[in-house]
Every structure is written in C-alpha cells, then in structure tokens.
Design a protein around this ligand. Structure first.
Ligand code: PAF
Length: 255
C-alpha cells in the first residue's frame, strides 16, 4: 500500500455510491481523506445551492464507517479566502451536462484545484457516474501536469438497475419504475449491433421520460464514437417526474 493520501472529494449528502469511492480509496492508501464542501461556484441557481442537503455529522459518521481516516469540512473562507480566479474546464465544458449549466465545470475544476492544494493527495477518487466531470478532471490534471493520480470508481446501481443518486428519493414510486427505462436502454444497447438506435427506441417507449441527450462517445476523446472507436461509452441524461437523471455504461461487452 502506498504511503500517500487517497482523497475523496464530496459535497456531502453521502449515499452508497460515495461509500464505494471511500472503500476503493482504502485499497490505495491507509490514509483516506474525505472532504465535505458544498461548492457555490458549481451552482448556477442560488436556490439549488440554498436547498442542497447539509448534514456534516451524519455524513462524517457514514464516511468514517466506510473507512475514511480523516473528514475535512472546510468553510467557504478557507477555500475561497478572496475572489477566486476561475479555471476554465475547456470547450467540452459547454456540451452535454454543460449546455444548461454555464460555468458549472469551471466551478468544479476551480474547487478541485483548491482542494488538491490543501490536501496534497497522491490519489484522488472520482465516480464514473459523472463521466464528463471525470473526463474533464483527468484532462486538466494531464494538461497542467498536476501530480495526483486520478482513480475512476465504477458507477453503483441499485438491485433494480437504477444508478445511485441522491436525487432518486425524489422520484416517488411511479417515477422510480419509469426511470428504469434508462438502465434498460443502456443494457440493451450494450448487447446490440445498433446501440444508438436501440437506446433511442427504448427511451421513446417510456412517455414519462424526457430526453436531454443519449449519445455514444469515444471515452478517450469524448467525441461521438465511430465504428473504429475502441472504447465506446453510452451517456444518457433526462428527466422523470421533475427529477434530472444521469447514467452511462461502457459499450464493451467484456467490461
Ligand atoms: O462530484 C462532486 O461531488 C463534486 O462535483 C466535487 C468533485 C466534489 C467538486 O465539488
């Protein structure tokens, strides 16, 4: 096991998906730092920021039970003692998740930079659930030659297939059943020779689902995948019952 710290940055509201990141972090280091910081820079809507669930005590207990050795819940002043210079996340930040959230990924990269400077980790763990975020962080670390190894943690699903998210509780019973169309579309696409078509067809079959995007991208470049693309990943985002849901899956059958 390495001597360096493994770091799991979070905004709190921890669920089993976060706990799996902490468990993975433990396999990289004996010292696992979990930060809990609701980053105002990545919210475009002040109302969303105000309503974001905050329970530092409950989250700390959960993180410690999953194997964290240190919880760090900094104040706004600690992270942003003065007006921060915003780091640009690059052109991809305006596509997919960025379309309706201008500045969101710039805010993410800016806070991750601040957190890394304070924690100075050897490893940092980010979930594949937010695949575009993970890609942009990896790209920034590479371009800026930041000496932190980024570890991707697999997305966690409930037993019915729904990707874990703190928003799932807002779906209600019907919404939850309707939301299963997303993972159903992904699993079917993975088995199909025409994944784009299959995915679109299945998503259309659920009237309660409103699509934002369903695409298959090249994991290496985040461009739309072609026939030659080796590592293809399907991304789906959309709405059920007023709740925005995100999911993705590798299209490699053996993965
Ligand atoms: O994925 C998240 O929870 C946040 O975007 C992160 C990486 C902790 C930055 O605030």
């Amino acid at each position: 096991m390495s001597k360096g710290t493994a770091f799991v940055p979070t905004m709190g509201a921890l669920h089993a998906g976060h706990l799996s990141l902490i468990e993975l972090a433990k396999s990289y280091s004996d010292e696992v730092v979990v930060s809990i910081f609701v980053n105002p820079l990545q919210f475009e809507n002040p109302d969303d920021l105000a309503k974001y669930p905050r329970d530092i005590e409950g989250d700390s207990a959960l993180a410690l039970s999953a194997g964290a050795t240190k919880i760090w819940a900094p104040t706004i002043e600690e992270i942003y003692p003065s007006n921060p210079t915003i780091i640009s996340a690059g052109a991809l930040a305006n596509k997919y998740e960025g379309v309706n959230r201008p500045g969101h990924f710039d805010g993410v990269i800016t806070v991750v930079d601040r957190l890394f400077k304070k924690v100075d980790p050897e490893f940092a763990i980010f979930g594949e659930k937010d695949f575009q975020q993970l890609f942009l962080i990896k790209q920034w670390v590479k371009e800026q030659q930041i000496p932190v190894t980024i570890i991707a943690a697999p997305l966690v699903r409930d037993s019915d297939g729904l990707a874990l998210s703190s928003r799932n509780v807002r779906l209600g019973e019907d919404g939850r059943r309707q939301a299963l169309v997303i993972s159903k579309a992904l699993f079917a696409a993975r088995k199909s020779e025409n994944p784009e078509e299959v995915m679109a067809q299945i998503l259309r079959s659920e009237p309660a689902f409103t699509l934002d995007y369903a695409v298959i991208i090249d994991e290496e470049s985040f461009e739309i995948a072609s026939i030659q693309t080796k590592h293809r990943r399907a991304l789906i985002a959309g709405w059920v019952n007023g709740v925005r849901l995100l999911d993705n899956m590798t299209m490699s059958v053996n993965a």
